[in-house]
Write a new protein. Sequence first.
Lengths: 161, 301
Amino acid sequence: MPKDKLTVNFRFRERLNKMPGGKHHNYCYQCSACVAVCPAARFNENFNPRQILLKALLGAEDALIGENSPIWLCTNCYSCYERCPQDVRPIEVIIALKNMAVEKGTAPTNLAKLSENIAETGMSVTFSSAVKRRREELGLPELKPVPLEELQEIIKDDKKE
Amino acid sequence: MTKKNNMKVIPFWGCMMPLKYPQMELAIRKTLPNLGIELVDIEGFTCCPDPIYFKARDKVKWLTIAARNLAVAEEAGHDIITMCSGCISTLKEAQHTLAEDPDLKAEVNRRLKRINKEYRGEVSVKHAVVMIRDDLGLDRVRESIKRPLEGVTVAIHYGCHILKPSQIMHVDDADYPAILDDLVSALGATPLEHHEKLLCCGKGCMDDELPLDMTGAIFESIEKSGADCMGLICPTCFSSFDMGQILLSRKKGKTYNIPVIYIFQLLGLAQGMGPEEVGLHTHRIKADKVLEKIKGSVKVT
């Protein structure tokens, strides 16, 4: 294939369209308003939301959800969502891409660590004995029990036929 | 507009405040009753869940857990208030998304049916500062004050999630917010403008360097402003700035020593409480400079 030929992976874009928030990538007209307000782009030249959207429009699967993708540098600040004149909601497209990377097994290993507490305890933060003592010292009431079984039931995957 | 006399609301505490920074829960429990707000604690909540990592893992499951929490409040029959920017972000966005996308709502309710729950979308969720501004009014805050924070200059840090996206959060103008400035002014303190007032703290970025560079930029800007302390609303930002100053000192060799105070701790001080009563002694960066300034301050009536 000649090098100057532009290829679009529509199959990947179809998959992205099916993820919640993914469909809005189609509206991007590459104006860079998101880049102007993006703190991650300001502090790290490897992150550029317009380029991520361009890659989404091209369906560049490896660049977006392969190992070491720049999507994980997003600070989740929602400035791009606030500013985008096309309602692309770039952060939500990035989150859709993150969900796809998790499915593919290419998400950074610390993501699992940072999110598994919720599925295992119902809370995102581990209740340390030091904080337990501090709550007592501050005279705070005992914590209400967490309905862990209910939480686990609703996030359970459906049985494959 | 007539303001309500007394309000009963369900506090949605989330994880960060009760399990990591209980001094924030303490400040809320002590200050809100002085404004005529009764907190009705109920059982049945889980993590909101967090709008960064769990959402990145699986957005449908993230929405499902959020919808379950909202359904629990719907059953209890009172509105929810949250005091955490992460919780308000998750719960408001879940409401917005499920109203916008009936297919997702159906999927979420299919999952909730397993535990005989249903998300209907009828409960109101507000941040406590929004309830104070809109339902009670700042006069109620002024009336509750016994020791105005006169002479205290505060660099307010809004953080991201309480404001953006404004079309979902409906809290304030995301570029020119006033809600916390107005609240801090009502306490008698002076909010100071500074260049990086609206910069993200960087905590949600999964990189080692970038968040420290961002908090460093914010402290550089606050130091130039000469503010006595930082006043903030978000427990995740708090970890970036309180513990964050220890890390900046250790890793970048730059020491700022700017006390980081949760807005409701400032309210507690203004309502006449001592620093330990609002848990200020638990912070890494001590607030001595602020406390010295308000020593002897009394309300002139």
